[in-house]
Design a protein. Sequence first.
Length: 181
Amino acid sequence: MFTQTRMSLSALVLATLFSFYGLAQQSKSDAGPEKDLVGAWRLVSVETIRPNGEIIYPFYGKHPEGLIIYDRSGWMSVQIVSDPQPTAPKGDSRDAFRSAPLEEKAAAADGYYAYFGRWTIDAAASTVTHHLKNSLYPGERGSNFVRHFTVIGNRLTLIMKVHEMGEEHQRKLVWQRATAE
């Protein structure tokens, strides 16, 4: 299982590198909603909205960190780190991670989420679909995640419907266009 996770994480790193390379490509439209999404976005918030309107934070906490990248060639990747951030396993190398106890590895994986794939837009419906090539969660591979999107100024909002914890929810992610720091 951890070999698969390690391979998934390696694939995600490669996808992120391809995303940065793709920013220089010109195959996506230079006008319209595609242009609005192209680039890197830093996570501002993740809210889960229950059917009664209550806002909860069941998976990522109140202050997660993350990055989503849409490139012009049609590739995307997303990574989210929970709040509080996972602290285990200790060590600054792949070898340290690989030799850590399974409980520490599980805690690290539980506080991290990532996937990559292609993306397409339905401008009439104001939706972007993430066509997953790979994910930290193997069961998501090959899935198509449809998100309603709005871009206002330097903010991107993605809203999706999810069934979890025995009920229908809306998940709202707000992103801010990343700038050089």
